[in-house]
Design a protein around this ligand. Structure first.
Ligand code: ZN
Length: 249
């Protein structure tokens, strides 16, 4: 079974389409790790596209919650809060309802589980070794996929207690990097963000997982960043959110 893993799409239809154009016939099922909306200019279009894609599992992210009113955006910075308020105004009633009914992670899918932030808290950012170790200790399955940080990569907790950081730094012309999973370690794998990468690479990020080969393939795909930025400007979304797409930070 080959799984296409999508995360942190953030209302960026151009980036999502670039990923989906590259993937036909390459997977058996789709999963989504949350933050379908927020930040970007295409909330309804992205939800429509995701519903057409019919993932076997989709969990909510903190922006999905804020944009549909499950949470207030109090802990968001001003730009994120403004974008969440704009998104909420744009969403058609059925799309608001769609966001409200999304599952809460952790959610088990076959031999792995999915979370938005971390195993213990859907809103926790896993950046440090300590955060990764504490969560991998709690993980009941060897493989967890997470989003939220918008950093492609992850962490490996080896049976001898050693913690390894998975850094995926594919160079500009290189589109993919693979990791074969061993029996024994526990893995926390982040496919990266489609709609707003923050790891210094502006290309849309996603991943595949093949459970027979026990292999994760990380991918990057360029998309028309300027087209997304033009639509953001046209609806007066905050300039810092527009600018960061150029550099992927
Ligand atoms: Zn996000």
């Amino acid at each position: 079974m080959r799984t296409l893993i999508l995360s942190d799409i953030h209302s960026n239809l151009t980036a999502l389409e670039a990923v989906l154009e590259q993937t036909p016939g390459k997977y058996d099922q789709v999963i989504c790790l949350g933050d379908i909306v927020g930040y970007g200019p295409d909330p309804n279009e992205v939800i429509d596209r995701m519903q057409a894609l019919a993932p076997v599992a989709t969990i909510r992210g903190n922006h999905d919650k804020a944009c549909c009113g499950i949470s207030n955006a109090e802990d968001f910075n001003p730009a994120a809060r403004a974008a969440a308020a704009w998104t909420r105004e744009q969403l058609r009633p059925e799309n608001l309802a769609y966001l409200r009914q999304l599952d809460v992670g952790p959610l088990r899918v076959g031999d792995f589980q999915i979370v938005h932030g971390s195993v213990r808290d859907e809103d926790e950012y896993v950046f440090t070794l300590r955060e990764a170790e504490e969560n991998l200790k709690l993980a009941e399955l060897p493989l967890t996929f997470c989003g939220h940080t918008h950093f492609q990569g992850g962490f490996v907790w080896h049976p001898d207690g050693r913690l390894e950081v998975l850094r995926v730094r594919t160079a500009a012309g290189v589109a993919t990097a693979a990791r074969v999973l061993d029996k024994g370690p526990k893995y926390l794998i982040n496919p990266g963000s489609i709609g707003q990468p923050r790891d210094g690479d502006p290309r849309a990020a996603y991943a595949f997982y093949d459970d027979e080969k026990q292999r994760v393939d990380y991918w990057r795909v360029p998309y028309d960043v300027k087209a997304t930025q033009q639509r953001m400007r046209a609806v007066d979304l905050p300039e810092p959110l527009i600018a960061r797409l150029t550099i992927g930070r």
